[in-house]
Write a protein that binds this ligand. Structure first.
Ligand code: UDP
Length: 474
């Protein structure tokens, strides 16, 4: 238990219940603790259960989480419907039942001499500011994606973006951003996207943003200078990232080597990576949500095999199916034929993997965390975006940051065939162009480090935020 003193300001951090939202906010929590603040991290019941299950039999966590208290609230999911995963239902229950539980939790903390000084809420939780407002607590909006995506959504929400157009490749001009084709926009804004719910959800975040005192983003000034500038006339964002375990970037805490909340059991692949030469392994992972079709898994497998390179591939079992799902979709005999050269695991400590000298490239769906992690470890990528902001991140990777090759527009686009997989891997791993991509990635890594070390742009923004919370509390 974390001892509580009433003089110290108390921050409550609450992420949307998904791996890609929990990781960066947990890293932010770690960065706040040194400012002598009490930090409480709120997760939903089903997330807590998955965290505990993932930690079972695992080696003791190396992350310094002892100063962060974890509180659990109901998400309204019963064990029966917890895996139903109808997104609309889950989000509705979170808002209704989770909202009431969150409010009760804050009231409880207030009444127990642990008065809450500030609520930091993650993306997709636009109802939290109403609760903060009702209880007269200032709040900070923690934007979980890139500043470019923040700017795009904001412009669309306010009718400033170029929304019309059925022409598939019409370009969107937003001042300070590169010209974006429809397929470069987040998928929820694609004219072909039938999922109006996604669009409402992402744009809905701006309906309560004016209630937030601070807008914080997991990015760094050096990476998104113009994108941050594009928001200065509107609702500016302060960058506090990349939020990653300290050991991999600034090194201020060498013990801090892993994210604090894996939701799947982690396989330690470091011993296997240690057997490989420098920059010889292709790391393949599609994050915590995407499920590839059987055909796509098969084409990637055959492309990897034909490339002749070693590979580490995360194939997550589909949560709704049995443990071996995903693996079963591999072509017959694939694992046997690539034994020694390839390793397939259900989950790994990704940042440690990307930072390992043997890893030469990353084939990724370009979730924002994976994108930042590739940039922060200087690893070039082959991007296979599926949906949401992954399309925009891929555009930036290929055309703005120049650290990778993009293979497709989005998941509805087409099947990526084995020859493309092989060719893109060979290009990144073997060609002069691949060397340039790696060099560029290394430069972004240097700048990422510069942003988070003492006195860097993100470090300073975190310090300012902490000081402002402290000043308001006194
Ligand atoms: N991740 C991990 N091990 C894995 C796969 C993913 O630790 O085997 C982490 C990864 O480092 C990242 C997060 O899970 O921090 C995935 O977030 P991202 O935004 O990249 O994608 P999402 O899962 O939201 O689609």
């Amino acid at each position: 238990t974390v001892e509580h003193s009433t003089e110290r300001p108390h921050l409550v951090l609450f992420p949307f219940p998904a791996q890609g939202h929990i990781n960066p906010l947990m890293e932010f929590a770690k960065r706040l603790v040194p400012y002598n603040l009490h930090v409480t991290f709120v997760v939903t019941q089903s997330i807590r259960e998955r965290m505990l299950e993932a930690q079972k039999d695992a080696a003791p966590a190396t992350s310094p989480l002892t100063d962060i208290r974890i509180e659990t609230i109901s998400d309204g999911l019963s064990p029966d419907n917890g895996e139903a995963k109808d997104v609309k239902m889950v989000i509705g229950l979170l808002r209704e039942v989770g909202g009431r539980a969150f409010e009760r939790l804050i009231e409880k903390l207030n009444s127990q001499n642990q008065r809450v000084s500030c609520i930091v809420y993650g993306s997709l939780l636009e109802w939290v500011p109403h609760i903060a407002n009702k209880l007269s607590i200032p709040c900070a909006f923690f934007w979980t994606q890139s500043c470019a995506v923040y700017s795009i959504y904001y412009h669309y929400h306010n009718g400033l973006g170029h929304t019309a157009g059925d022409e598939a490749e019409k370009e969107t001009p937003i001042s300070e951003l590169p010209l974006l084709c429809q397929s470069d926009l987040p998928s929820f804004l694609h004219p072909s996207d039938v999922n109006q719910f996604g669009k409402q959800l992402v744009l809905g975040q701006f309906t309560t943003i004016s209630l937030a005192t601070w807008i914080l983003g997991n990015s760094y000034d050096e990476l998104e200078t113009s994108e941050i500038k594009s928001m200065v006339p509107f609702i500016p964002i302060r960058t506090v990232g990349p939020l990653l375990p300290s050991a991999f970037l600034d090194g201020s805490n060498p013990q801090d080597r892993d994210v604090g909340a894996h939701l799947c059991k982690t396989t330690n692949c470091m011993d296997w990576l240690n057997t490989k030469e420098d920059s010889t392994v292709v790391y393949v992972s599609f994050g915590s949500i995407v499920v590839l079709s059987k055909d796509q898994i098969s084409e990637i497998a055959l492309g990897l095999k034909a490339s002749g390179q070693s590979f580490l591939w995360v194939i997550r079992p589909d949560h709704k199916k049995e443990e071996t799902s995903g693996i079963q979709d591999l072509p017959e005999g694939f694992l046997e034929k690539t034994a020694g050269r390839g390793l397939v695991v259900p989950w790994c400590p990704q940042m440690a993997v990307l930072s390992h000298p043997s890893v030469g490239m990353f084939m990724t769906h370009c979730g924002w965390n994976s994108t930042l992690e590739s940039l922060s470890s200087g690893v070039p990528v082959v991007s296979v975006p599926q949906w949401s902001d992954q399309t925009t991140n891929s555009k930036y990777i290929e055309d703005v940051w120049k650290t990778g090759i993009r293979l497709n527009k989005c998941r509805e686009d087409r099947l990526i065939v084995r020859e493309e997989v092989e060719k893109s891997i060979r290009t990144v791993m073997e060609s002069e162009f691949g060397g340039e991509l790696r060099k560029n990635a290394m430069q972004w890594k240097t700048l990422a480090k510069k942003a988070v070390v003492k006195g860097g742009s993100s470090d300073k923004n975190i310090e300012d935020f902490a000081k402002e919370v402290i000043a308001r509390n006194s």
